[in-house]
Design a protein around this ligand. Sequence first.
Ligand SMILES: Cc1cc2nc3c(=O)[nH]c(=O)nc-3n(C[C@H](O)[C@H](O)[C@H](O)COP(=O)(O)O)c2cc1C
Length: 248
Amino acid sequence: MIKEIFEHRSIRKYQDKPIPAEVMKSILEAAIRASNTGNMQVYSIVVTTNKEIKEALSPAHFNQPMVKQAPVILTFCADFNRFNKWCRARNAEPGYDNFLSFLTGAIDAIIAAQNACLEAEAHGLGICYLGTAIYNADKIIEVLNLPKGVVPVTAVTLGYPADIPELTDRLPMEAVIHYETYQDFSEASIDRIYAEKEARDDSKQFVKENNKETLAQVFTDIRYSKANNEHFSKVLFDVLKKQGYITD
Ligand SMILES: Cc1cc2nc3c(=O)[nH]c(=O)nc-3n(C[C@H](O)[C@H](O)[C@H](O)COP(=O)(O)O)c2cc1C
């Protein structure tokens, strides 16, 4: 297991080879063994293998090619639907129509997703998360027929790798780890932490092909722009209203 963690890379090209049923079973079992809030298991996983449904999901994932190519797409959802139904059937009044409950379900769903990914990788499969699941949650709700209380928070493509890319870089430990209390960053420590990333050939290429001055600008102006973040935040708030997690 530890070995797989250190060899992780996202896989975006897959062989045309199905995942054996017993492997899928152990991936899903690993997912549901994850820690979860109060052992309520307020999440669900939609397993998509059907070609037509993958095609219908594809635009919601901005037509990223691996959505149609991977043999399996797992969509992980925050889900109080089942739990609310159980409560109501047992004379218990659920109080889960609020933002905290969405976040609770979302956290549980994400932890389950990572368990599934690790088990998949231990079986020689490749995975790639799809952040588009949350950007276009409204469209995914439609395609997967998700009832009130169910909100997709991430999706993962699964399959045997057709191409194994190089390991990607990570920032040094001091970027992420703080001992005892938070040590805020000085300008000098920011320079030190990002120096290696900025000096990489692929980073320089990224800056050049996007006509930017700095790598940070590629993130702020292109990959994760304010306008997009605000737009998709609004879409998500509307979804959370529709699915019963926030009120006006
Ligand atoms: C929540 C989340 C959403 C992601 N969304 C996408 C995505 O939509 N498309 C994609 O190609 N990769 C996506 N990724 C993969 C990241 O780009 C990748 O993990 C990161 O660049 C580090 O590379 P590595 O996984 O190969 O180590 C996502 C990862 C996470 C955790």
